[in-house]
Design a protein around this ligand. Structure first.
Ligand code: HDE
Length: 670
């Protein structure tokens, strides 16, 4: 151990003092340095997206994209481009819970040979507002209210809904934010979107519009609201832990990069304003082509140095990709660089290791707080002869960034194009594309959120001015649920599609149980052989089984053999698992039936529509919990698992993720 000056430290537990009980000496340079460093450990948190979790990995393109883009990292399938990816919530502060209802950030820094490209996206493909000048307004409205700093990490309060009710362009994004998309099961199971329309530019200078997508290879899955709220208390780090553990266990999260490419000449035919970030281009109109894969395979070494200090910026771009005139994107080009000046304490944040490009940096930038580079020589200006003209412009080798020479003309004015005027048709498309259970969840979310709004006139305005323009059933159910008069719906869907199946999570599931967590409830007397065989079969398919008993240590199997316990009941809960298995064993099940925690565990899992499996006496625990053994997603067999269809049926039930069709779930308490 040394001081910051490299001087060896022989004792760091006692300060330097006069006599064993006397005062501390100012001379104690080690104490002063240690305390000074501690006193200054905090930096301002991000003004939005403060809570995040990140991982390292790499990106590989499947085949050369030279036809569309000259970006070097999109040319050669054998090249692995290093990446750093940070996932985040938006509204909560750094210490808030992971599972709140919120948009998730999905920011990717590609360290390409040509410099850093940052694709700073979200898990929702649209945004609340159309022009970045309104960003401070929407964020002030959604963040805790200024007089009492409440609520934390939540949108269910007056100022947010006041803003929504007065700004109809929020309608589409509000539908997404109230849907299951805002409650991801895991960062590994959510989509990502670049949101804005970008350009791809090839070596011939031909530009095409592009929308970027990230498609998780594990499919898309969400939590339910009750579960999310409980998780926020039981494990506020639920998503962070999930990401960390998956990578530690070698279950590397993977996402395919998708592109929707639109020829400039096809824009009119498409009939969608591509510069309006409250609009998607439905995948049914322009298919998403999957062009490469992102793999996250290494956890950060130090949270602060990497996850906290990473500085993403929409303006970090490489030749072959370019911006558009989307007014939200244009504002972002300024904001990120600007906010990082304060957050990272000066203009040299690109020199922090996590932000450094792998590409060499040569320019005349100099000085400023925390400068690391030692510029050599006399010539710190361009053009110069004293430095031999160095650094040379990137002209000869064609690697210099040349902005796409878009032709522009017009009058200077504060205006919004009429083509940005349709606020509701895609909100309608989104709602109508959801499955019935997803629609139910969305309606329940609105009843929760608006139910928390104190001012009646705000609730009423949201219903009358926003929801009534989206869908008749939606507005009726929400108005009735809030005890408000039902306004007349006035819905005029304009798009080419009635529905876009790609918008429904139900269509984005993967028939796999890879990386799912299954709880096995046991007590002394458990049928250990049965547990072991079911566990082996399930784990062979990539899921993880955790054995849960009242206490840590071991329980006695029916034949006397010890069974290792992974988690003690007080330290865990059903909400941390995707499914539950109850093996037989008369004494084990008899004990569980008398155990309130065990009954609650299965009832709660049932209510959250998770798969439940039981063999032999295990069925008795379900019955004691008031659960019908033939309910959807309940896989129960009086016989053992061996030789029967139990395993395959149980695995299929887990792969479905949730069994929304359980009509009687309200009859089971939790
Ligand atoms: Fe951001 N956003 N944003 N944003 N954003 C920030 O930059 C901003 C928007 C997104 O993990 C800030 O370094 C404006 C859309 C992510 O470090 C800030 C506007 C999308 C992250 C900022 C938007 C995003 C941020 C705060 C509207 C999805 C976290 C700290 C014009 C495409 C990145 C920081 C990370 C962070 C500004 C809208 C994604 C203040 C002005 C749309 C994922 O600069």
């Amino acid at each position: 151990m040394t001081t910051d000056q490299g001087i060896g430290i022989e004792n760091t537990d006692d300060s330097l003092r006069v006599g064993a009980r006397g005062p501390t000496l100012l001379e104690d340079f080690h104490f002063r340095e240690k305390m000074m460093r501690f006193d200054h450990e905090r930096i301002p948190e991000r003004v939005v997206h403060a809570r995040g979790s990140a991982a390292h990995g790499y990106f590989q393109v499947y085949e050369s994209m030279a036809e569309y883009s000259k970006a070097r990292f999109l040319q050669d399938p054998s090249v692995k481009t290093p990446v750093f990816v940070r996932f985040s919530t938006v509204a909560g502060s750094r210490g808030s819970a992971d599972t709140v209802r919120d948009v998730r950030g999905f920011a990717v820094k590609f360290y390409t040979e040509e410099g850093n490209f940052d694709l700073v996206g979200n898990n929702i493909p649209v945004f609340f507002i159309q022009d970045g000048i309104k960003f401070p307004d929407v964020i002030h409205a959604v963040k805790p209210e200024p007089h009492h700093e409440m609520p934390q990490a939540a949108s269910a309060h007056d100022s947010f809904w006041d803003f929504v009710s007065l700004v109809p362009e929020t309608a589409h994004m509000v539908m997404w934010a109230m849907s299951d998309r805002a409650l991801p099961r895991s960062f590994r199971m959510m989509e990502g979107f670049g949101v804005h329309t970008f350009r791809l530019v090839n070596a011939q200078g031909v530009s095409r519009f592009v929308k970027f997508h990230w498609k998780p290879l594990l499919g898309v899955a969400s939590l339910v609201w009750d579960e999310s709220q409980k998780l926020a208390g039981k494990d506020p780090d639920y998503h962070r832990r999930d990401l960390w553990e998956a990578i530690e266990q070698g279950d590397f999260p993977e996402y395919e990069l998708g592109v929707q490419i639109i020829e400039e000449s096809d824009v009119d035919k498409l009939g969608i304003e591509l510069l309006d970030p409250t609009k998607i281009v439905p995948e049914e109109l322009v298919p998403v082509r999957r062009i490469g894969k992102l793999t996250l395979n290494r956890n950060p070494t130090n949270f602060f140095a990497e996850t906290e200090q990473v500085a993403f910026c929409v303006a970090n771009i490489v030749p072959g990709i370019d911006f558009t005139d989307d007014p939200l994107m244009q504002a972002r080009l300024f904001s990120y660089l600007d906010t990082q000046l304060t957050r990272l304490g000066g203009p040299n944040f690109a020199e922090i290791p996590i932000n450094r490009p792998l590409a060499p940096v040569h320019n005349h930038q100099q000085d400023g707080f925390h400068r690391q580079t030692i510029n050599a020589g006399r010539a710190n200006y361009h053009p110069n002869s004293l430095g031999g003209g160095c650094p040379m412009l990137s002209v000869g080798n064609k690697s210099g960034f040349v902005h796409h020479p878009e032709k522009l003309g017009g009058q200077k004015a504060r205006v919004r194009s009429e083509s940005f005027g349709d606020h509701f048709s895609q909100a309608t498309l989104f709602f109508r594309s959801l499955s019935k259970p997803e629609q139910e969840h969305l309606i329940e979310a609105l009843l929760f959120e608006l139910g928390k709004v104190e001012r009646k006139e705000i609730r009423q305005r949201v219903v009358e001015r926003i929801l009534a323009n989206i869908d008749g059933e939606l507005v009726t159910r929400v108005a009735e649920g809030l005890g408000l008069p039902v306004p007349r719906a006035s819905v005029t869907p304009k798009g080419k599609l009635e529905k876009s199946p790609a918008l429904s999570i139900e269509n984005l599931k993967k028939e796999s149980i890879q990386t799912r967590r299954i709880a096995a409830l046991v007590a002394d007397g458990v049928d250990a052989a049965e547990l072991a065989s079911v566990r082996a079969a399930i784990e062979k398919m990539g899921a993880k089984v955790k054995v849960i008993a009242k206490r840590l240590g071991t329980v006695k199997g029916a034949g006397g053999q010890p069974v290792e316990v992974d988690k003690s009941a007080p330290t865990t809960a059903s909400i941390e698992y995707d499914a539950v298995f109850i093996p037989g064993g008369a004494a084990s099940v008899a004990a569980l039936k008398k155990d309130g925690d065990a009954l609650h565990f299965v009832q709660e899992a049932y209510r959250h529509c998770k798969a439940l499996g039981a063999t032999k006496e295990g069925l008795e625990l379900l019955r004691a919990a008031g659960i019908a053994v033939n309910a959807p997603g309940v896989v129960a067999t009086e016989a053992g698992a061996d030789g029967g269809a139990f395993i395959s049926t149980f695995v299929a039930a887990i792969a479905k993720h949730r069994h929304w069709e359980r009509a009687d779930k309200d009859g089971v308490p939790a």
